[in-house]
Design a protein around this ligand. Structure first.
Ligand SMILES: *[C@@H]1O[C@H](CO)[C@@H](O)[C@H](O)[C@H]1NC(C)=O
Ligand SMILES: *[C@@H]1O[C@H](CO)[C@@H](O)[C@H](O)[C@H]1NC(C)=O
Ligand SMILES: *[C@@H]1O[C@H](CO)[C@@H](O)[C@H](O)[C@H]1NC(C)=O
Ligand SMILES: *[C@@H]1O[C@H](CO)[C@@H](O)[C@H](O)[C@H]1NC(C)=O
Ligand SMILES: *[C@@H]1O[C@H](CO)[C@@H](O)[C@H](O)[C@H]1NC(C)=O
Length: 637
């Protein structure tokens, strides 16, 4: 649009006249459309067991107006705007994670993620069908495979499902509500490393050149116990006016450091220790750059240096959290280069560990059974709250594992008991889409009420499939993954709850965000099953053995077939020096008495003749015998 051109050419006089020529109604729109903001935030939360959680959140929010403006991006990366145009995607979540979040000791993360790669997206458009969504979903995964250098291109129908109850859309559509489609896939095998971090940072307006993103150095990020990169995109449109839309891109990096691994005896730490360097400034394009530091619970033990500029109390669902706030833009006011660092100084010589209570709901998952043919997937959900909680569990079982719905059981026990009793919980909600070999995964969603202070064990029996030999990965004996289960619930209290409210987009929007219930989503551990695996070393053994036999046979045959046999008479020369001299002397002597030698030779030849005499006699006899034969014949005649 012409408005945007004006924006870029404002310095030239021509553009100025153009700007003056534009009607007043449009200049009003001008302000309205360029409402694009970027915010950077960092949250530091000391956790139990000498761990520190650092959570980076970069939010770009663009009030873009009508669809055609999506071609003129400024802070929002062009690719994000383009996927909104090309595919009918309205909301997208991607997580790339290494490690396991430990709910019991760390509480809940601000953004949930499962190990490996995970993505889900909502599509909505008037004329969409299931099959066209499947195509768009795969293309979308391919696009992000390129953008994030991850193996998301392996997402296809064999590992994607359409969750029915567990995910709620967080986007807003304009106009009449058209049908919404959701697709979900995980790649638990995906390994997250530097090659994902670098392209992820490139999506930021300042890249890794300045601002909080400079702290994310691959050397330090990948030394953590848990690290998770996230990308979330959603569109928010006015329900009446389709030209009033916002696109929101949130990039998150959630890290957990183990202080014991930072090579120091005490538990003091600082930004410089965690990230290898202090902060050298803020992103010039950012509207706000803030660091939030949790001061209560585990954070109580630490003295901060320098002191935070501001302290805030956030009360959510009856539980208060105290945050210290550093405004980085204020810190770097005024000229001069400097480095900003925050130090956490712990109590000296006090090794007493504070006991933490487990959060209201958490879960674990494991495999039961033995052998490589059958097994049972068991998911345990524990409710430590004093009220019953509704729980929805979603399982995505890959096609190489057959799950049998009739074996689905939900047993329960009070929390203090060790053994599960035979009492079964009834499920209020069940969605089951059977899998199909090499085509579809099994999709199971179960909903039930989990009684107060008790735990539930959800088990389902499975058979492991024998794969075709090309379907095994290169390291077949590593095993095959079953992605984590997703568990969702509604908490009535805000204890340990840290997730952001769906209507907010900045971390500070979660302050004092009390509501009736808090939607919680958890991920369990991923499982590794060892499918029946053939002995892949056998062909190599056979090849090696066959080659050895061939080599052994070839050598002698080749030499027999190609070598000439020459028999050489060996002159017997004595080895000993003394004997050599004697030999030479005797040779010399024998040469002098040459006549004698000649006589000896004659004698020798006579003897030879005698030897030769025997065959000559034989020949004579044979001749006689042959000459007799005709005579005999004649006699017979
Ligand atoms: C959960 O919250 C309670 C109360 O705020 C706190 O005492 C406990 O340590 C927290 N648990 C974890 C694991 O953070
Ligand atoms: C949807 O389909 C109807 C009729 O089938 C057509 O008139 C309309 O243009 C289509 N809308 C889009 C967005 O393709
Ligand atoms: C798409 O498929 C799902 C389940 O497979 C079904 O519930 C839904 O009705 C289908 N939607 C359309 C528009 O066909
Ligand atoms: C929404 O649907 C109603 C009737 O169902 C129709 O009158 C109205 O024009 C539609 N609005 C839009 C923006 O399509
Ligand atoms: C949250 O509410 C409490 C009490 O109403 C208030 O003191 C506090 O300043 C609020 N915090 C924020 C961040 O607004």
């Amino acid at each position: 649009m012409s408005i945007y051109c004006c924006c870029f050419l404002m310095t030239t006089p021509l553009a100025l006249t153009l700007l003056l020529l534009t009607p007043l109604t449009q200049s009003h729109q001008f302000q309205y459309q360029t409402d694009e903001q970027f915010h950077e935030e960092l949250v530091v939360r000391p956790l139990a067991g000498d761990h520190v959680n650092t959570y980076f959140q970069f939010t770009t929010r663009w009030h873009y107006g009508s669809q055609s403006n999506l071609y003129h991006t400024q802070l929002t990366p062009r690719v994000i705007a383009e996927i909104l145009q090309t595919y009918d995607v309205k909301e997208l979540h991607i997580g790339l994670t290494q490690g396991l979040w430990r709910y019991e000791s760390w509480g809940y993360p601000i953004v949930e993620a499962t190990g490996g790669a995970e993505l889900w997206a909502w599509f909505s458009s008037p004329n969409l069908t299931n099959s066209s969504v499947n195509k768009q979903w795969m293309r979308l995964a391919n696009v992000f495979s390129g953008i994030l250098c991850a193996s998301l291109n392996f997402v296809d129908n064999t590992n994607s499902i359409a969750p029915k109850h567990i995910f709620r859309p967080q986007f807003m559509e304009s106009g009449n509500q058209s049908q919404q489609f959701v697709r979900y896939a995980t790649l638990p095998r995906e390994i997250v490393c530097t090659e994902n971090l670098t392209p992820w940072k490139k999506l930021l307006p300042c890249g890794s050149a300045s601002g909080l993103a400079t702290l994310l150095n691959s050397g330090y990020v990948h030394n953590t116990k848990y690290h998770s990169l996230g990308v979330k995109v959603r569109t928010l449109c006015d329900s009446d006016d389709s030209n009033n839309c916002i696109v929101e891109l949130t990039q998150t990096a959630n890290l957990v450091y183990d202080l014991k691994l930072l090579e120091q005896s005490n538990t003091d730490f600082s930004l410089r220790r965690l990230f290898g360097m202090g902060l050298n400034g803020y992103c010039e394009l950012a509207t706000s750059s803030k660091i939030y530091v949790q001061r209560n619970e585990q954070g109580e033990r630490f003295q901060l240096s320098p002191q935070p500029q501001q302290e805030l109390i956030s009360t959510v669902g009856g539980y208060s959290v105290l945050y210290g706030v550093y405004d980085i833009q204020q810190q770097f006011e005024g000229p001069g280069a400097r480095l900003f660092n925050i130090a956490w100084v712990g109590p000296k010589g006090n090794s007493k560990r504070e006991q933490t209570s487990a959060p209201p709901l958490y879960a674990h998952r494991y495999l039961l059974g033995n052998g490589q043919k059958h097994g049972r997937i068991a998911t345990e959900v524990i409710n430590s709250h004093y009220e019953p909680l509704p729980v929805v569990l979603m399982e995505l079982v890959p096609w190489y594992v057959h799950a049998y719905l009739h074996t689905l059981r939900i047993c329960s026990k009070p929390q203090h008991l060790h053994e599960y009793t035979t009492s079964e919980l009834k499920f209020n909600l069940l969605h089951y889409a059977p899998g199909k070999q090499r085509e579809l995964p099994t999709h199971l969603e179960v909903g039930f009420m989990l009684p107060a202070r008790s735990s539930a064990l959800i088990t389902i029996e499975v058979d492991y499939l024998l794969l075709k030999w090309l379907e095994y990965p290169p390291d077949a004996n590593h095993g095959h993954y079953i992605g984590s289960a997703v568990i969702s619930s509604q908490l009535p209290i805000g204890r340990n709850y840290t997730a952001m409210p769906p209507e907010g987009h900045l971390f500070k929007d979660s302050f004092n965000a009390s509501r009736a219930t808090y939607t919680l989503t958890l991920r369990t551990e991923a499982l590794i099953v060892s499918l029946p695996t053939p002995d892949f070393s056998m062909p190599y053994n056979v090849i090696c053995l066959a080659c050895t036999v061939v080599a052994l046979a070839f050598g002698p045959i080749h030499s027999v077939a190609t070598k000439l046999i020459i028999v050489e008479r060996q002159t017997t020369i004595p080895r000993n020096l003394l004997r050599k001299i004697v030999h030479k002397l005797s040779n010399r002597f024998s040469r002098r008495s040459a006549p004698a030698v000649a006589a000896a030779d004659q004698q020798q030849s006579k003897q030879d003749g005698k030897d030769k005499g025997i065959p000559s006699l034989l020949e004579q006899q044979l001749d006689q015998a042959e000459s007799k034969k005709p005579r005999d014949k004649q006699a017979n005649m």
